[in-house]
Ligand binder design. Structure first.
Ligand code: HEM
Length: 275
């Protein structure tokens, strides 16, 4: 039996490679880029940081790495345009001026943080959920192409990888019996919305055929709705399609390991076997 950690061997690889590819990061820098993106999301994990380096210091160092790669790349694309995202950023104008280095650096970090662990958590938690719900796995396998996009919505609802964000109320209102004043900070718990029993029948069950599935896993609409949701859906489709085809016997062999911190709760390891 060939055993591996699904997170390290499969789930962790796809998101940063996809972002690097979209941006147009040169082959020689992809590994550094990928490692820095992973290190930012893992900075809270004491076992993954070099000894004596605080989480904040470590995060700052990795942010600098991503900043430098992003800025160098966009500056290079200003004189050597291509069909990648860096070239689009290089040519972009805001109010008649080019995008600044700081904005390029921030965009590189934003994409690397927003698009990395979210996708990794969704694939890993969905592999676990499929393993624990063999009837659902069989339903998807029976007609993969026709059912995968609908299943992806349930993958995202059920795993809810983004737990919460803060928002500042721009006007006063009453919500769920609570009075919110303009200027109040409000915590938005996407995971709670995704288990709302007044919206979803049996919300704690993993049901791939849910229809409709008005989940909030990518946000609730509006200007901050996940910018990468289409990319994420394409990644999930590609990964599950290849897994079902190439690793039809993949199954979970032990308990997942989670990392908890003040900031997040994430799956860190998932033992699986491929035969
Ligand atoms: C399954 C994977 C993903 C999930 C569950 C997810 C979830 C989210 C959520 C909940 C938000 C906040 C939305 C809101 O509050 O309205 C968000 C924002 C964002 N996401 Fe994603 N995301 C995923 C993948 C990606 C990918 C692959 C990228 C880019 C490559 C990406 C880029 C962004 C960006 C840039 C924002 C900020 C949008 C803004 O504030 O204007 N995400 N995502």
């Amino acid at each position: 039996m060939s055993e591996l950690d699904f997170v390290a061997s499969i789930a962790a690889k796809l998101p940063m490679m996809t972002i690097a590819d979209m941006l147009g990061v040169p082959e020689s820098h992809v590994e550094t880029f990928t490692q820095a993106g992973d290190a930012i999301v893992n900075a809270q994990d004491d076992t993954l940081r070099p000894p004596g380096v605080s989480a904040a210091q470590y995060m700052y160092q990795q942010i600098q790495v991503l900043y430098e790669i992003g800025i160098d790349l966009v500056q290079f694309r200003r004189s050597h345009p291509s069909d990648d995202l860096a070239s689009a950023v290089a040519a972009a104008e805001i109010d008649g001026r080019l995008v600044t280095d700081e904005e390029i650096g921030s965009l590189t970090v934003l994409m690397s943080v927003a698009g990395n662990d979210t996708t990794k958590q969704t694939t890993t938690l969905s592999v676990l959920a499929l393993d624990r719900n063999p009837d659902q796995k069989a339903w998807l396998r029976d007609e993969f192409d026709g059912r995968i996009m609908q299943s992806i919505d349930e993958f995202v609802r059920y795993s809810s990888p983004v737990i919460q964000f803060a928002r500042t109320a721009t006007r006063g209102l009453e919500l769920g019996g609570q009075r919110i004043a303009a200027g109040d900070k409000v915590a938005v718990f996407y995971c709670s919305g995704n288990r709302d029993e007044s919206v979803f029948d049996d919300p704690h069950r993993f049901v791939l055929s849910r229809d409709p599935n008005p989940h909030l896993g990518f946000g609730g609409g509006g200007m901050h709705f996940c910018l990468g949701s289409t990319v994420a859906r394409a990644e999930l489709r590609a990964l599950f399609s290849e897994m079902f085809r190439q690793l039809p016997h993949l199954h979970v062999t032990g308990e997942p390991e989670f990392v908890h911190s003040d900031l997040f709760h994430a799956v860190k390891r998932l033992p699986v076997a491929t035969n």
